[in-house]
Ligand binder design. Structure first.
Ligand code: COA
Length: 180
């Protein structure tokens, strides 16, 4: 599959109709290998999670669409309006759409959403030290690796080292914005 134009990949607000896909994809070992979710994910638990998220002003949950069809999910948590910062998460759930460069475009759209719509100044996140695809993707999308956090994340019950990564508004405004 070709990379396609950026216009083919869009983010929109997460909808209840997306939740069954979210459950299916998060239970896929190819997706959850380097994610720190408590497995298995259930639809009932996800519906409950979504109800909480919708009430939480410090969260923004989004669906990644390609040609109008959901291919993954991303979003912001711990949105701090005073400090203008938030943590992010992102995954491409559709196997047919993983491994063809769409992750990089999704990261760029996520960052644009955070800076343009949420008015953030800093977006940060965590990456398992062995998650090379994610590291390569965010590096190419202009993110900075800030440091190594030792045994900071719990992945499949094991405390693991992970990197702290970030993107600042000034970096995005200074160049990465144009390359979208
Ligand atoms: C991480 C993720 C978003 C990347 O998106 P993607 O579009 O599928 O990325 P690709 O597979 O096209 O790979 C991106 C880059 O990583 C490289 N890469 C992939 N697997 C790699 C590996 N095992 N070792 C080194 N590099 C690797 C690719 O070659 C590519 O680099 P290039 O553009 O220079 O060729 C996607 O794989 C995903 O959702 N994974 C599961 C969930 C996840 O890990 N999310 C991130 C949590 S921090």
């Amino acid at each position: 599959m070709s990379l396609g134009r950026n216009e083919r990949l869009r983010l929109r607000t997460l909808d209840t109709s997306d939740l069954a896909l979210r459950v299916r994809w998060l239970n896929d070992p190819e997706v959850n290998r380097y994610l720190s979710y408590e497995l298995p994910i259930t639809l009932d638990g996800t519906l409950e999670w979504f109800r909480r998220v919708q009430q939480d002003p410090n969260r923004e949950e989004l669906t990644i669409c390609h040609d109008g069809e959901p291919i993954g999910f991303c979003g912001f948590l711990a949105i701090d309006r005073r400090a203008k910062k938030a943590e992010h998460h992102l995954f491409i759930g559709s196997r047919a759409h993983r491994g063809c460069g769409l992750g990089q475009i999704a990261y760029r759209e996520l960052v644009a959403w955070g800076f343009e719509r949420l008015g953030l100044n800093r977006i940060y996140g965590y990456q398992h030290v062995d998650n090379f695809a994610a590291q390569r993707t965010t590096h190419r999308a202009g993110w900075t690796r800030e440091g190594l956090l030792r045994e900071d994340g719990v992945y499949h019950g094991i405390a693991s080292d992970r990197y702290l990564i970030s993107m600042l508004r000034s970096e995005w405004a200074g160049g990465h914005r144009e390359s979208r």
